[in-house]
Write a protein that binds this ligand. Structure first.
Ligand code: TRP
Length: 465
């Protein structure tokens, strides 16, 4: 049941209690109706984090409890928030359940067909394979686009170290595809302020990581005429319009709300508590007057990993109250750690990740040594029973990086039947990643400090309204 359905059920139950009372019904009957009403209220509070009030419908699934039983009866053991991802099953997070819990929508066949029709492009394999699996308001974006009303893209990166791994590229690879398919501008927020607040780093380090990470992002092939990359530490102070949107957002979110959404406590520094307003601001076109000429109503689409959704639930809740448009979203699954899909790749654990700086030899060794296998213990057993592609990390990585659908399907069949051994599967992955990363390193080398400067200078972009 969605919060809205539960809210409506509560309204109906309240009416029922009132009419039983005024009809002087049996006490037992009234008591039973009240008991049910109270139970629904408890469920409502669990689901939304808000008290039920008649005449006050739930704001969009603002707060989603991560731990313990959820109101819909699911066991809810998967933890997904901006700082933690852990799944109870080796297959990884149950993304269908997450859609229900977060109140987003599944990217289904119908939406893929619409994207294909509107953009004239075959949907990217991240879409075809369910790697971008969930969305909010994509139909509205496409309705407008079909009427020749353009939109812009917003994504970001928290520069917490110089080292980026292949998982970090997923949203950027996809954003680049969207930028080309729809021919639209893109803003990329580098939250060096966020990393300063959360990690034991100096401001100088965080700002330097912004520039270094920007090189890896630019190496994904973004068009400088359509892309603005900005450091919060620089742009916040340089753009009065941006800061005004931050302040408006801050005025409309309470400490209680961010505690509920992000789990902040009384002992978190006040920088953290107000940071979500800074991640919200790029969702509004008025934050970038140099690009949108002061227009407040250019719709925004945010491609991101689903762990960033809490920021944008908050943004979407605030937007109408400050007279601005709610951003639309497309959510991706997580890029699994080498050790298995129970958690995502982490930059702080070198053995869990393949870095963009790894040599061919390192790539080979990491995959051979650490990639969790869904194969059987002995060759004989494997030939007899076959491997499990649902938990096999090498196979999962191929779903991200092997573009050829037919090849991938053949590998799936052969691994499942036992014809393909784990060592052979790993070899295919190694041979897919080695050239991919070598090419990335080559492109990154071409990105000079001047090129970074160009991307990071506030300026007009090619944008047709
Ligand atoms: N908070 C994100 C991180 O730590 C960075 C970020 C800022 C972001 N704005 C975004 C990510 C918009 C996706 C979309 O990585």
């Amino acid at each position: 049941m969605s919060p809205m359905e539960l809210y409506e059920k509560l309204n109906a139950q309240g009416d029922k209690v009132r009419s039983l009372k005024s009809a002087k019904a049996e006490k037992a009957e009234i008591d039973a109706a009240i008991q049910l009403l109270l139970k629904l209220k408890v469920n409502y509070k669990q689901m939304t984090g808000q008290d039920y009030k008649a005449g006050c419908p739930p704001s969009e699934n603002l707060i989603v409890s991560n731990n313990g039983p959820t109101a819909d009866g699911s066991d809810g053991e998967d933890v997904v928030d901006p700082w933690n991802v852990s799944a109870s099953s080796a297959k990884g997070v149950d993304y269908d359940k997450l859609i229900v819990r977060f109140g987003s929508s599944k990217i289904d066949k119908e939406l893929l067909d619409r994207i294909e029709k509107a953009s004239g492009q075959r949907p990217h394999h991240f879409l075809r394979r369910g790697i971008f699996f969930s969305h909010r308001d994509m139909h509205q974006i496409l309705d407008a686009y079909e009427k020749h009303k353009s939109f812009y893209l917003y994504t970001g990166r928290g520069p917490s170290s110089e080292a980026m791994h292949v998982g970090h590229l997923i949203p950027f690879i996809f954003t680049k595809w969207l930028q080309d398919a729809f021919d639209i501008p893109l803003v990329i927020q580098m939250t060096d302020d966020e990393k300063y607040l959360w990690k034991d780093l100096t401001l100088e380090e965080c700002h330097r990581f912004t520039v270094e990470n920007a090189k890896d992002i630019i190496a994904c092939g973004f068009d400088v005429k359509k892309t603005f990359i900005f450091s919060d530490l620089d742009y916040m102070g340089a753009s009065p319009e941006f800061y005004r949107n931050v302040v408006k957002t801050q005025k409309h979110v309470t400490f209680n709300q961010v505690k509920g959404i992000f789990g902040f406590t009384d002992s978190d520094c006040i920088g953290k508590i107000s940071f979500p307003a800074i991640q919200a601001a790029p969702s509004f076109s008025s934050s970038f007057p140099q690009i949108f000429g002061g227009k407040k109503d250019v719709p925004c689409l945010i491609p991101c990993a689903i762990d960033q959704d809490p920021y944008f639930r908050m943004t979407r809740d605030v937007a109408p109250r400050i007279g601005l448009l709610k951003p639309a979203l497309m959510h991706s699954t997580f890029f699994p750690a080498l050790q298995g899909a129970q958690t995502k790749m982490s930059a702080s654990d070198p053995n869990s990740s393949i870095f963009l700086t790894d040599t061919p030899k390192q790539i080979k060794n990491k995959i051979n040594k650490h990639a969790f296998s869904g194969g059987k213990d002995t060759v004989e057993e494997h030939r007899k029973y076959g491997g499990n592609t649902e938990v096999d990390v090498s196979f999962l990585y191929l779903t991200f990086f092997l573009e050829d659908d037919e090849k991938l399907e053949k590998i799936r069949e052969d691994y499942t039947s036992g014809a393909l051994l784990t060592g052979e599967l790993k070899k295919i992955l190694i041979e897919t990643l080695q050239p991919m990363i070598a090419q990335h390193q080559e492109r990154r080398k071409q990105v000079t400090d001047e090129i970074v400067q160009q991307f990071m200078t506030p300026r007009p972009l090619n944008f047709k309204f």
